[in-house]
Design a protein around this ligand. Structure first.
Ligand code: 4AD
Ligand code: MG
Length: 478
């Protein structure tokens, strides 16, 4: 038997009248004659023509939607519309039957909500095939971007005793018997008896450990899973998400912003170059979906145009203070259209404000800097005004915050003072503070939420649809 060829390669081949073998899953079987076969290598199906008059009836019956089959036959130029080549089957072998009465994926349109309930099968739809191929490319491009510049990929721990963001949203990790917890004399849980001899949790960020690496390797990045037990049931939050966190010695905030903008443009461009078909399919999907929306809520650009626009324009850079002025004077604020009205300086921006700045005011990605220190983490470098810190957030259309980062506070006294003010235990972070004691230097970094990036590039509306198995409140199926 000839060697198996992937459908993507086959559809691009110019050589016909050769024998080929393909394997995949049946999408549809029409008129007892035409199989649409897909093997996940491309969104396009391969048409297989079955000689039904000379094929066993029992076999034909087993060619059903969802079945896994192996086909050997001649690759020929196609007479039909929609494809240039097709395979005239000489043998069809059923590798795995799929009972059409029970198979949950029918050859019709299913809602994304329904598909989320059968996430183990949704890879077999065109939409999810496209999403996960794009996700794969973006992940690869992230590594390529950093590797090209000599960054070291550093694996930071998944289990940690620190809560880097100090937000108290960590999931606990323990092997204590929850029905019989050991107690101290004061009645508190005795973590000394726990596996690690102290209380531990799943990491919310690899940054603090990343900084340790940067203080020797100069430029590092992490790319791994992060966990947050925040109870936000939104279209942009997951309890388990992947984050890319570069950390660079000798970078100030401007260098940091340049790197982040460069990274985003690089990976978006990579997807445009390597996943054109999938993106065009997703663009089409989005356009269909938007037809059900009122005209004024539809986007002015197609998905592809939006991605290209992002590549071809400098991100708007302004301070938090400047942004507050824009928002205060904005029409929705004056007309009391914001759910959270902008009253003055100091409040955290809500996603409605971020999206106003990006989608309505500047109409392009925005980088906000120098936020009030009260709403940012302890490790950000303090400005001389004593009010703001060298933070930067990148805001994207349809997404809001996609990147959060800062220049780090490298001055030991200022850092300790801020930790005291915020009630962050210095003793537990002795190792972090050591970097400020021995060879401290200006440095910066940021975190890019990988699923928010995939959300933007695929034009999907819900973050639960761009990670294979989403984790969110009350859901850990599969
Ligand atoms: O802004 P955050 O909390 O920043 C940090 O964790 C820093 N330690 C990063 C750094 O400087 N090294 O998170 C960074 C990004 C956000 O901008 C967002 O894109 C994403 O992570 N993110 C989430 N994505 C999905 N679900 C969640 N619950 C997320 N929380 C944050
Ligand atoms: Mg943030």
């Amino acid at each position: 038997m000839s060697q198996r060829i992937k459908i993507k390669a086959l559809l691009q081949s110019t050589q016909t009248d050769v024998e080929v073998t393909v394997k995949g899953w049946v999408r549809t079987f029409r008129n007892n004659q035409f199989i649409a076969l897909n093997d996940g290598s491309t969104n396009n199906n391969l048409q297989i023509v079955v000689d039904f008059q000379n094929t066993d009836e029992a076999l034909l019956k087993r060619i059903t939607t969802g079945a896994a089959i192996s086909v050997t036959g001649m690759l020929v130029a196609s007479l039909g519309k929609g494809q240039t080549v097709e395979v005239k089957a000489t043998t069809v072998e059923i590798l795995g039957d799929s009972d059409p009465e029970k198979y949950p994926l029918q050859p019709k349109k299913h809602s994304l909500e329904f598909l989320r309930e059968i996430a183990h099968l949704r890879f077999r739809t065109q939409t999810f095939g496209a999403i996960f191929r794009v996700r794969n490319s973006l992940a690869f491009a992230v590594h390529q971007f950093f590797q090209n510049q000599g960054f070291v990929y550093l694996h930071t721990p998944v289990i940690t005793a620190s809560d880097a963001e100090g937000a108290g949203e960590a999931f606990k990790v323990t092997n204590l018997d929850l029905n019989n917890l050991p107690r101290t004399e004061n009645g508190e849980i005795d973590y000394k008896q726990d596996f690690f001899g102290k209380a531990t949790n799943l990491t919310v960020s690899g940054q603090l450990e990343g900084e340790l690496g940067a203080m020797a390797l100069s430029d590092i990045y992490t790319f791994g899973p992060t966990f947050r037990a925040e109870n936000s049931n939104t279209t942009r939050h997951l309890a388990e998400f992947w984050m890319i966190e570069p950390e660079m010695a000798f970078y100030d905030l401007v260098d940091n912003m340049d790197l982040a903008e460069g990274l985003l443009k690089y990976v978006i461009n990579y997807a445009l170059e390597h996943n054109r078909e999938d993106l065009e399919f997703l663009a089409q999907r989005l356009q269909e979906e938007e037809k059900s929306k009122p005209q004024n809520e539809r986007s002015e650009m197609t998905l592809i145009e939006k991605l290209e626009f992002c590549l071809n324009n400098d991100f708007e850079r302004l301070t938090y203070t400047e942004a507050i002025e824009v928002l205060k004077n904005s029409t929705p604020n004056k007309k009391k259209k914001f759910q959270y009205p902008i009253e003055g300086w100091g409040a955290d921006l809500q996603s409605e404000h971020e999206r106003y700045l990006v989608e309505k005011h500047f109409k392009k990605p925005v980088i906000l800097t120098d936020y009030p220190k009260e709403i940012k983490a302890f490790y950000m470098r303090q400005n001389d005004d004593n009010k703001t810190v060298r933070a930067m957030d990148i805001l994207f259309p349809g997404i809001g915050e996609i990147v959060g980062g800062s220049q780090r506070e490298e001055r030991l006294d200022r850092l300790e003072q801020r930790m005291d003010e915020m009630g962050i235990p210095k003793e537990e972070l002795w190792w972090y503070l050591d970097t400020r004691r021995f060879g401290a230097c200006p440095h910066s970094g940021f975190g890019l939420g990988f699923e928010r990036l995939v959300l933007f590039v695929t034009g999907m509306g819900n973050i639960r649809d761009v990670i294979p198995f989403p984790r969110f409140p009350k859901n850990a199926e599969f």
